[in-house]
Structures are given as structure tokens and as C-alpha cells.
Design a binder for this molecule. Sequence first.
Ligand code: ADP
Length: 287
Amino acid sequence: MSGESQPVLEVENLAVEYRRGRHITRAVENISFGIAAGETLGLVGESGSGKSTIGKAILGLAPLTEGVIRYRGTDLSTLTRAQRRALAKDVQVIFQDPHSSLDPTKPIGYSIAEPVQIHEPGPKAVVRERVFEMLRRVGLSEDAAQRFPAQFSGGQKQRIAIARALILAPKLVVCDEPVSALDLSIQAEVINLMAELQHETGASYLFISHDLSIVHYLSDRIIVLRKGHVVEQGTAEEIYRDPRQDYTRRLLDAAPIPDPVAQAQRTAAREKDGLTARTDAIVSHIR
Ligand code: ADP
């Protein structure tokens, strides 16, 4: 547990199998990587390639069939319940759908405060001030705290989910397709925000997306997955500028997203190079 150079996370020879009755799906196999402090590792691949499974295995939400996952040198499979609870403070998640972390029946201030109430409870006024500060950091006003999730746009809801994920200053954030459901212009804003917050907090990100053009903006290194296997890995620039596999190239040109309207919008905007200009500015900001 010492030394700045120790990776925040190490995944060694990970395999995950899902069992449904007698049917077994080997979702990922032979996966190894490390993530250093403040680093972003991008995980990219087509739908069903095993990206979310790796994120879930790190979060303790998918079965570890083979391999070891170490957080700051400690094998996660050896943790007691209490240690896992402590880990839950340091390792947070942002999902594609912010609804999964926001209770529709509660004002959003409640959802942002919840991790604090669980892990670092304190006087009401102190918790409230932490919520207000976090709201400001994600670009929302204090009075947003009293409003309900349905009163916000998709991009605002994702900002709220980010506020909730980052309020405890986690060491590692698993970001599972965090911008895939958003309009293109909003995607760039949210990526910009995530880069800024990473710059401020020094958190490491595991950034999961089917879209290599998005992954490359935030990532230092990228792992390309296909059918549960690593097919290519390298620095973000290597993978983006000079992919060795046709498969990887296809993740750039024809990132499969389920909404054809959004796909068309994204293609048009990319042709205008709007996202590239904005997000290149983001990348220069964080590095
Ligand atoms: P991705 O995130 O790249 O879309 P996933 O990790 O969700 O991929 O899925 C990888 C493989 O594991 C797919 O074949 C998928 O059908 C399967 N899978 C994912 N979750 C489950 C589950 N809970 N039960 C059974 N199979 C699953």
C-alpha cells in the first residue's frame, strides 16, 4: 500500500462466465491491464464484446471465474464485507442511464448526498454545503438540489449522476458508456466536464464505450475488445491514428448505436469537425 507508482487497479488474467442453468457464456477471457493514478484507460469494442462485464467484475457485480483484481495492491477476492464497503467509497460508477443512480421520487440533492450519508455522515448543514459545492462543480445551481430528476434534461441528469459519483473524491471511476445516450453537443460538454473534474481530483477513469472517437479523447491508453478478447492495445494516439485491425477501424467509422437519428446527427457533426475541435481543446486542457 505504498509508493506513488503503484497502480490504482490491476486486472490479471480475468475471465468471467455467466451461467444460466446449464448454459454457460464465457463473456471475457485472458484480460490483463493496470490503471495508474490519474490515468484514463479506454475500453472499446462492439456491443457484446465484454466491456461492461469487465467494469462489473471490478465493481463486484459480475462473477470472477478466473484471475485476480487488485485495488492498490490488495486482491479484491480477499476483502471482508467491511473492506468492500470501504472500497465502495473509493471506486464509483457512472452508467449510461443516469436513472439507475437517481431516485425519481426524491429531489436530486438527496441522491447526491446519499453516498456522503453512507460513508462520511456529518451535520446536515455540512452535507448540504458539500452537495451545493458539487452542484456548482458540475455546472448546476444550488437550487437544483430541490428539484426532481424528471425536471432535468438528459445532459443535466448525467451531470447530476457525475456529481453523485464524484462527491466522495473516489480514486477510480468506472464510466460505462456515460455519454452514449446524449446528443452530440451535450456529449462534448459532459466529456469536457469529466476531463476537468479528473484534472482537479486526480481520479483514474476506466472509460467504456463502443465509440473509439469518443474513447480516444479522454484516454491515455486504449484496449480494444472483441468477443471477450483483447485484440489490440496501445496509447490512445496509436490506436486512434494507426489501428492495426480492420475491426478497430470500424469502431471509428461505424460506431453502432441503436438510434439511427442520433447516428446521422453524429456523422454530420463529425464531418463538420465540431466535436474534434471541441474535444481536442479538452484533451490539451487535461494533459
Ligand atoms: P458489452 O458491454 O461490450 O456490450 P457485455 O459485457 O454486456 O458486453 O456482454 C458480453 C457477453 O456476455 C455478451 O455475449 C452478453 O450477451 C453476455 N452477458 C452479459 N451479461 C450477462 C448476464 N447477466 N447473463 C448472461 N450473459 C450475459
